[in-house]
Design a protein around this ligand. Structure first.
Ligand code: AMP
Ligand code: FE
Ligand code: FE
Ligand code: ZN
Length: 294
């Protein structure tokens, strides 16, 4: 039976399992097609491919940090833009625009996490801001979950979840923004690099403000191929809404766990993609191949 999980993270970004461990976890869960989609990096691709067991397929991808129009007019309580995530699959990892943008985003994330760590340690001196990057090996995309783990280690909070509910929350007094890629540009870059673009968790409302579905229509016109429908952060009503929008716009509906190891509670393959949806996505890709375990 096919078991397809198209959105997972390793220690190359903010997951807690190495790419090798992630592949083993997926194999143990019976996953037949796994996509590795670390934030703003392709750094885990070769490591995952190297340990792929026979019978498993690896779809190499990344999750791009983007900024999108909300699709609503700006009001005092609602800016006109919102931070969103875009999944890119099977793009050429050496495409110059992608290489340059990923490098810029990682540098931006390093600086921003350093600032947040300093902001927090001013109020919680138990946190040694200079040690936060001990948890972020060279070549890793840093994110708030790394600071969350440092806060747990320092005894400031009991869990990463608790950190996200307070100190790390978007808009908390410790929060620092980063400059993400315009989502329209990210779609174009992925397509130029032969990849396919899928809008990640568009209605993940518990993370904050979300887009109107009219934005998906605008992106579909410039090359968006799919939309994540079944995602742990989507409630049943929003899944139905998105399934309808996807059908209407000709977007491929996907389902994924967004596995982050122990940084989140969702197990791998908790949500999955239908085999025909995967085939439709793969048929659009012209960058790198799917890796077959041997
Ligand atoms: P950043 O990319 O640095 O802005 O941090 C956001 C990341 O934190 C996202 O990739 C999420 O996967 C992750 N995240 C969001 N909420 C939580 C949570 N409650 N626990 C753990 N990780 C989370
Ligand atoms: Fe993440
Ligand atoms: Fe995401
Ligand atoms: Zn993700």
């Amino acid at each position: 039976m096919a078991l397809i999980d198209l959105h997972t993270h390793s220690t190359v970004s903010d997951g807690t399992e190495t790419p090798e461990e992630l592949v083993a976890t997926a194999a143990a869960a019976g996953v037949t097609t796994l996509a590795l989609t670390d934030h703003d990096t392709t750094g885990g691709w070769d490591r995952a491919a190297a340990v792929l067991p026979r019978g498993m397929r690896l779809v190499r991808g990344a999750e791009f940090s983007c900024v999108s129009p909300t699709g609503r007019p700006a009001t005092p309580g609602d800016k006109a833009t919102v931070s969103v995530h875009l999944l890119g699959y099977l793009f050429d990892p050496e495409h110059p625009a992608i290489v340059a943008e990923q490098r810029r985003l990682v540098a931006e994330r390093v600086e921003r996490l350093r600032k947040m760590a300093r902001n927090v340690s001013a109020d919680y001196p138990q946190l040694d801001a200079d040690r936060v990057f001990d948890l972020v090996p060279e070549g890793t995309t840093p994110g708030r979950p790394h600071l969350g783990r440092a806060l747990v280690a320092a005894g400031v909070v009991e869990s990463v979840n608790e950190a996200f509910a307070g100190i790390l929350r978007t808009g908390s007094k410790y929060y620092e923004p980063k400059t993400d890629t315009p989502v329209e540009r990210a779609v174009e870059m992925i397509v130029e690099a032969g990849g396919v673009a899928v809008f990640a968790h568009p209605l993940a409302r518990r993370r904050g403000r979300v887009i109107e579905t009219s934005v998906l229509a605008d992106l579909a016109r410039i090359g968006l191929s799919g939309v994540e429908v079944d995602h742990p952060d989507h409630d049943p009503a929003d899944r139905e809404l998105l399934r309808g929008v996807a059908a209407e716009l000709g977007l491929v509906p996907t389902g994924s766990s967004d596995f982050h190891g122990t940084n989140k509670t969702t197990p791998i393959a908790a949500e999955t993609t239908a085999p025909d949806a995967l085939d439709e996505l793969l048929a659009k890709a012209a960058g790198v191949d799917v890796v077959e375990g041997a």
